[in-house]
Each structure stands twice: as C-alpha cells, then as structure tokens.
Design a protein around this ligand. Structure first.
Ligand code: SF4
Length: 309
C-alpha cells in the first residue's frame, strides 16, 4: 500500500505546532484569507482589526499573527508589551505599500487643512501620520462624522469612491491605490456567475471596482459577509472577495452554497504554510519591532476611530 506521506506530514506539523504553542504560551491568530490548514490550527480567525483587538485582550506573552505585515504591525500597536511574530516577514500587502510616508506628507502639505483618514490596510508609519483610521465597514461613518470638510482618504481608491458616493457633502481627495485581488473582478465575471446562479445573492467587498459595487446586493467587509451569510434566506451566495473566506463561510453555513465571483487568490496571504508557522514558533521569528513614537501616534489614530463610529 502506498503511504500518504503528505497527509501524515501535515498531521505531524499540526501536532508540533500545537505542542509548541502550549510551550511558548502563544496565541495563534489567522486572517480569514489564510489557507484552511492555518485557519484550523489558529486560536482565532477573523479580519485584521478583530484580530488586533483580540491580541490586545488575550492573556498571552506571544502572539503569532498569520496574515500580512501591516496586520502584525497593527497587533503590535495595540499590544506593544507583547511579542508579535509574523511567520513570513515578506508577506506584505501591495495595497498598503502603495502609499509611503513621503507621498502622504506631500498630500498633507498640499491640502494642509484636510484630515487624513486611512483604511487599516496601511503601514504603522502611515497610521502615525493619520488623523483617524477606518475599516471597510465603518469608513463611511468615520468620514461623515469627523469635523472636517476636506478629507485625504488612503490607500484604496475603490473604497474611497464608495465613501465619496455616500458622503457627497465633503470634499474627498482620493489616493488611487487598489488591491489587485479585488480589482481583478470584472462586470463580465459577475454577469457570468449571475446567469449561472440566477437566485443567488451577491456579496462583494468594497475594495472591488465601482461597477462591481453598483451591481451587488450587499457591500460588506469579510466579517460582514460572515454575519450576513448566517442571516440570509438565500441558498446560494456569490462571494466577491479573496477565496480564503469561502472555507469559513462553508464551515459556518453547511446548508448554503457559496460561489466565488471568480478565482481570487492573494499571493502574500498564501505565503504562510504550516511549516512557516511551525518555524516561527520554534525560532520565535519574525518579531515586529516598531519605534515607541510610531506606536504612540499610530495608536492614537486607531483609538480616534472609536470616537466617530
Ligand atoms: S487581499 Fe488585497 S488588501 Fe488583502 S492583503 Fe492581499 S493585496 Fe492586500
């Protein structure tokens, strides 16, 4: 009989991870877009801000954040006394990397009276130069409620377009960054899936292009999709976001069918494998280090968000 070495290797790795997690008193956090094997060994699975808040609350000296770099940084900003590891230091978010401190400072100089509102998909340095942070689910509310008539919104241009449409009373200067995973969905893809599943409800992430947003039933963050999928009476739901979320949607709603808008994989999110997670725990690598003044200023822009929602 041929031995299934892949399966046994995976099981062995999982056991080793669980053993090391206990030994190191660590908590493993996994973003909704991680591969399912990582989601299965994680203590918590969620979106970036949910997980960063959990990292601040849990009583553990070591956090292993399975996600992209800015997510690990956000966890470190909210719990600076803890050691935060990211299993693959090169797992980055190309959207977050579109805006640099130099470019943001230039915008701030041009529009000196404007407030900077940054989506959480930004580096710690950008958060430190920000007035208020926002998430994809509260961006409209934040921009509406802040006492500024002019707003610089970074880094996602599609989310910014959606905010602008919903807050027409304010002048919003958009940074035209985008997430290539969501940008890749086309109207043609959506129409194709709609004709294949004519009774399906359509959930899309606000990082999708305007023509996708305008043709969806609901525009939702990943946690919003998980919440609404449970409530929905539809038996079929078309999902316009990174495909990693489908695993959790199916697990939590076994009676429903989830149809991806099209194959959509974030290469950086998939860089973290069980082996990388195991090595991170074993060697306690790669720790996120941030200067105290960056932590302090970035923390303030994250805390400001609570005031305006
Ligand atoms: S899915 Fe898009 S926004 Fe999320 S980490 Fe990947 S590139 Fe960044």
């Amino acid at each position: 009989m041929v031995k299934n070495t892949l399966f046994t290797d995976e099981e062995k790795l999982k056991e080793a991870i669980i053993r090391l997690r206990k030994k190191r008193k660590a908590v493993i956090l996994a973003h909704n877009y991680q591969i399912f094997q990582i989601q299965e060994v994680a203590d918590f699975v969620g979106d970036s801000l949910e997980l960063a808040k959990i990292s601040a609350k849990v009583d553990a000296p070591l956090i292993v954040f399975c996600g992209v770099y800015f997510m690990g940084e956000t966890a470190k900003i909210l719990s600076p006394q803890k050691k935060v590891l990211i299993p693959v230091a090169g797992a980055r978010c190309p959207l977050a990397d579109t805006i640099t401190p130099k470019k943001l400072l230039e915008l701030k100089n041009t529009y000196s009276e404007a407030w900077v509102v940054s989506y959480v998909n930004t580096s710690a340095e950008i958060k430190a130069l920000t007035d208020v942070c926002c998430t994809s689910s509260n961006a409209i509310q934040v921009v509406k409620n802040i006492p500024a008539k002019r707003v610089i919104f970074v880094p996602d241009g599609n989310l910014g377009w959606w905010v602008k449409k919903n807050v027409p009373q304010k002048e919003i200067i958009l940074w035209k960054g985008f997430c290539y995973v969501h940008q890749n969905f086309t109207l043609e893809d959506l129409q194709k899936q709609k004709s294949k599943f004519p009774h399906a409800q359509v959930f899309v992430h606000p990082e999708c292009k305007p023509e996708i947003l305008q043709n969806a039933d609901l525009i939702l963050s990943t946690s919003g999709m998980l919440r609404e999928a449970k409530k929905s009476s539809a038996k079929e739901i078309i999902i316009g976001t990174e495909e990693g979320l489908i695993y959790r949607l199916k697990k939590e709603n076994p009676d429903k069918k989830f149809c991806p808008l099209k194959r959509a994989e974030c290469v950086d999110m998939k860089k973290i494998t069980l082996k990388e997670l195991y090595l991170a725990l074993k060697h306690q690598r790669y720790a996120i280090e941030l200067p105290p003044e960056i932590i302090q200023r970035a923390q303030s822009s994250l805390k400001e968000m609570i005031k305006y929602i």
